[in-house]
Design a protein around this ligand. Structure first.
Ligand code: DP6
Length: 361
């Protein structure tokens, strides 16, 4: 499927009003997306675990608007008007209008809330853009009854990508791959797909505890970080490494070889941050506690032989990944040893999830 396949036919009988709602999860990348081309095309393929507990719920009420001049919407975050989110939504609507030409026909009331604490420092753009895209697709489904399920989800992922790249991996579970790769059938730069190869059951229930090291505003946004991959001295090698890592992951995911899994995942996380440290201008998003945690994980793994590892997103927080069978021991380790490195001792236990769900309105 290409982007043109997402252009709709003619709509008839636009409903006068209605309301839809979806809950979409966050995701954590194993092979990272870092670097892009216009518009929102990844420089390399990536793959992520879909999460479960960390999610955004969004409802969209729509009402026919006779003026039809521009986009018309109001936005509420956790019950309160949120005008500073509006420019991002405006840009998003502009980008997706050609795929959903009914958008200017309506006035929308968008209400959104996160399952995780507001000031946790967890980026909600992936789950937020995924939930909003699913709501808008749900409206389109009411206009085009012939839209089949596979096309519905592929187009929702495509729209979400135009809002935030990693959001296209927050539609389905439990492992989602995004970015064209010759050895992955049906992989695409324009939307995420459910990982098509064998996945060992150990990964279907994998746990992810998010250690909230730093809850403040990031020094450099992901958007700026992606841009700094243009002209970056290591960019081409890094992009090739991501392609190769997806090949290497295939037998690892099938066999459940946790030793190899750990090597690949931790190397990806550190490479992501190495790209930040070697861009111009350079920057560091890790904090001293990020490094303390990493060292303690390595020490714990060495002494206990429990296969726990870390990954990082574009920030100081640490995602601790471990098999469900080790849950009790690892959670004791977190409580007793790692929590003191988290801001206000805060962390969130999450696990691999099944993807977004529709909420009855
Ligand atoms: C480090 O998806 O947040 O989390 O497309 O500019 O919205 P935009 O970027 P975003 O980048 C995510 C980067 C990452 C790695 C990943 O999730 O693959």
């Amino acid at each position: 499927m290409t982007e043109n396949d997402f252009l709709p036919g003619n709509y008839q009988n636009l409903p006068v009003k209605g309301k839809v709602a979806w809950k979409a999860p966050s995701n954590i990348a194993l092979v990272k997306y870092w670097g892009k081309r216009p518009v929102q095309m990844p420089a390399n393929p990536s793959i992520s675990f879909t999460l479960d507990t960390c999610a955004t719920t969004t409802s969209v009420a729509f009402e026919k608007n006779n003026s039809n001049t521009g986009f018309s919407f109001d936005l509420f975050f956790e019950g309160k008007p949120k005008d500073d989110f509006k420019p991002k939504i405006q840009t998003f609507l502009e980008r997706i209008e050609k795929y959903l030409p009914f958008l200017k026909e309506y006035y929308f009331t968008i209400e959104t809330s996160n399952s995780f604490p507001h000031s946790s420092g967890i980026a909600s753009s992936a789950s937020g853009m995924a939930a909003l895209s699913l709501c808008l697709m749900d409206i389109e489904k009411q206009l085009d009854h012939a839209l089949d399920e596979a096309s519905f989800y592929a187009k929702a992922s495509h729209l979400a990508r135009l809002g935030s790249g990693s959001a296209c991996r927050s539609i389905k579970g439990s492992l989602v791959q995004w970015g064209g790769h010759n050895n992955i059938p049906n992989s695409s730069d324009v939307y995420g797909i459910e990982y098509p190869f064998e996945v060992n059951p150990v990964f279907r229930t994998y746990c992810d505890t998010i250690l909230l090291v730093h809850k403040g505003q990031k020094q450099v946004s992901s958007t700026v970080g992606h841009q700094l991959m243009h002209g970056h001295p290591y960019a081409e090698n890094r992009f090739q490494q991501a392609f190769d890592n997806l090949d290497k992951l295939k037998p690892i995911l099938a066999s459940g070889d946790l030793e190899e899994f750990i090597k690949l995942v931790e190397s990806e996380a550190l490479t992501l941050h190495a790209m930040m440290m070697t861009s111009m201008p350079y920057f560091i998003l890790m904090k001293p506690d990020t490094l303390e945690i990493i060292n303690k994980i390595w020490e714990y793994r060495e002494t206990t032989k429990i296969p726990v590892c870390f990954t990082l997103d574009a920030g100081a927080n640490v995602h601790l990944l471990y098999p469900e069978a080790e849950k009790e021991k690892v959670r004791d380790f977190i409580k007793n040893t790692l929590a003191k490195h988290c801001e206000n001792g805060q962390y969130i236990h999450d696990q691999v999830g099944q993807g977004a769900i529709k909420i009855n309105t």
